[in-house]
Design a protein around this ligand. Structure first.
Ligand code: ATP
Ligand code: MG
Length: 393
């Protein structure tokens, strides 16, 4: 797929800026805080409707303006699509394809695909589990847009169940949820209220297990597909001296990945933790607590080796993402390289450049062109970014 034009209106520090892309590679050069990453973020939003900077919509809208608009013209094998995303201060978004409003966001996802690679991605190795869950979710949204809906449903149930647990924290309800509690506690509340609450909790349990199972199975499947690709890249970059393993690790046993069995295992687990959940007033079991385990030579990657080795791992993950998306959507996605080339040593730079060639349209940001070799510069379109304006020279 090929991004032909991008049109930003009142987005971040851009007032109104149109960009035409002429080459497979575009280098955006400029000093700090000029708008380079902002432009990549706009493309990322069109691909995933998310920003890895975790910005709220009102942060994405130019200061003092009421709304922001991102427009793009994208060439795919099936033809050209015009994409439009409008952001508003109140958080309401609207999306359109070829001028027609699309009601469900998942119908918008999957038109443009992109892999984002920035220095923040080192957090994939060093950060807490939610960084990896978030990364995996963003990838899944592109592989199967329906996942956005599935995840949304799970999060809704989770929120409501948490609210319920909070409200009933330390309540005698814990007695009836398959647990023995002191008789005094039971006597404090009329039996009917108690059983009403019990059945309400059972309802939330069932919904959590149903929606959660969908999330877990899809995440596990995606990791199973991604892991061998990433391991191959990692072996190639590290010269086969290191073995990378990636595993989706859930509190819920993934019994042969049969949905009914996973769901049952989920329910059993919730029941085991019921007392603790009521005590803590929050849901302790489910995909929101799962982990993506990264190990190198059987050591957790976080503890393994140097910064350079961790960077190799992230590079392998990103190359695997590119390859997996291409396999699934049958067209090469865009690659957004935010300030990372300079951080890679020349050998890893070349690995990356060899992998990209001209197959993946790539947008690259940098503060100076000196980190690029001449051949690269010659084949790239170079754009200068200054205070939210883009020029060819
Ligand atoms: N909502 C907004 N309204 C106006 N300006 C904004 C908004 N959000 C961000 N900015 C401005 O955008 C600039 C940052 O842009 P960006 O992150 O793209 O910089 P950059 O060119 O990538 O810099 P660096 O080289 O440091 O990464 C900052 O000056 C910031 O104040
Ligand atoms: Mg930047």
């Amino acid at each position: 797929m090929y991004l032909k034009t991008l049109h930003l209106r009142q987005f971040r520090n851009y007032q109104e800026q149109k960009v035409d892309f002429h080459a497979a590679k575009t280098i955006l050069v400029g000093n700090n805080a000029q708008g380079k990453s902002n432009l990549l973020e706009a493309v990322e939003l069109l691909a995933t409707l998310r920003s890895h900077r975790m910005a709220r919509d009102r942060d994405l809208i130019k200061d003092g303006e009421a709304f922001a608009q991102i427009n793009a013209s994208l060439e795919r094998e099936i033809g050209v699509s015009d994409l439009n995303l409008t952001l508003r201060r109140n958080g309401r978004r609207s999306v359109a394809i070829n001028g027609e409003t699309v009601r469900r966001q998942m119908d918008f996802l999957g038109v443009l695909n992109a892999v984002q690679f920035s220095s923040l991605d080192l957090e994939l190795v060093r950060g807490s589990p939610d960084v990896r869950r978030n990364w995996l979710d963003t990838l899944l949204i592109q592989l199967e847009p329906v996942y956005a809906h599935i995840l949304h449903q799970y999060n809704q149930v989770l929120r409501q169940r948490n609210a319920f647990l909070k409200k009933n924290q330390d309540s005698p309800l814990s007695t009836q949820h398959g647990l023995n509690a002191p008789l005094t506690a039971r006597a404090e509340r009329p039996a009917t209220a108690n059983s009403n609450q019990n059945s309400e909790l059972a309802l939330w349990d069932a919904q959590l297990a149903t929606t959660g199972t969908r999330v877990i199975r899809r995440r596990d499947r995606a990791i199973q597909r991604l892991a061998p690709i990433a391991a191959a890249w990692h072996a190639s970059i590290s010269g086969s001296t290191e073995i990378l393993e990636i595993k989706y690790s859930s509190h819920i046993p993934l019994v042969q990945n049969q949905p009914e069995e996973v769901q049952q295992a989920f329910l059993t687990k919730i029941q085991q933790r019921a007392m603790a959940e009521l005590y803590r007033g929050t849901t302790l079991v489910g995909p929101h607590r799962d982990e993506v385990e990264l190990t190198i030579n059987q050591t957790p990657a976080r503890q393994y080796g140097s910064q350079g080795q961790q960077r190799t791992l992230v590079l392998a993950l990103k190359l695997a993402e590119l390859q997996l998306i291409e396999e699934v959507v049958k067209e090469p996605p865009l690659l957004l390289l935010d300030d990372v080339l300079a951080e890679l040593d020349p050998y890893r730079q070349n690995q990356l450049l060899d992998a990209i060639q001209d197959r993946f349209q790539t947008l690259i940001t940098t503060t100076h062109l000196s980190s690029f070799d001449a051949q690269w510069l010659n084949s790239s379109q170079i754009l200068f970014v200054k205070a939210g304006e883009i020029s060819m020279n």
